[in-house]
Design a protein. Structure first.
Length: 194
């Protein structure tokens, strides 16, 4: 008797599974919030296609998309039977780098983002001091170029150039206004030349 019940339960489960594959297909996929990434690429990465079973689509399909540096946030919604909605928030390119990449406002390096970045051009030697550059760009919104070397940081504005061996000195100096002429900041004092 228990064998018959088990067989009926398995048969019912198999029938429900097959019905879920056929009765509720994905009819419409909407991607919202993408500016840089192409919709076709997003759908390929998530492996979402019209016609596949709507009931079996889960948010774990977004894992590959979330690893993309351009994607700050990705969410999957199923508002109605047959409809799937992907909602993205892409990172904004902020500081253009000389290699064609850009720093986002959160410090993530965005491949190929330099042409879309609106901040000052970044040039330098050595490891990229991400947090220092972001702090300088925010402290000097009128800056046209930021440079860094092992010796220190330079901020170029239309009015002048400021140098300091540490970014924090330049950030502190920004409260006094944009540099006029050549300004050299050190922990023991300031040197200004026209």
């Amino acid at each position: 008797m228990w064998a018959m019940r088990l067989l009926l339960a398995l048969l019912l489960a198999a029938t429900l599974y097959v019905a879920s594959l056929v009765l509720f297909p994905v009819e419409h996929i909407v991607v919202i919030g993408n500016k840089h990434l192409k919709t076709e690429d997003i759908l390929a990465r998530t492996q979402l296609h019209v016609g596949e079973p709507w009931l079996w689509i889960r948010s774990d399909r977004l894992q590959g998309l979330r690893r993309d540096p351009w994607v700050a946030e990705a969410r999957l919604e199923k508002p109605r039977i047959g409809e799937v909605r992907l909602i993205l928030r892409e990172r904004e390119p902020f500081l253009p780098l000389t290699d064609g990449n850009a720093l986002a406002t959160d410090g993530t390096v965005l491949p190929g983002g330099a042409r879309m970045a609106k901040g000052p051009q970044v040039e330098g030697q050595g490891p990229l001091p991400v947090q220092d550059l972001l702090a300088l760009a925010r402290a000097y919104p009128e800056a046209t170029r930021l440079r860094y070397t092992p010796a220190g940081f330079w901020v170029e504005t239309p009015q002048g150039v400021a140098f300091a061996p540490e970014a924090r000195l330049l950030v502190k100096y920004a409260q006094a206004g944009a540099p006029k002429g050549r300004v050299y900041l050190y922990s023991w004092g300031v040197s200004v030349s026209p």
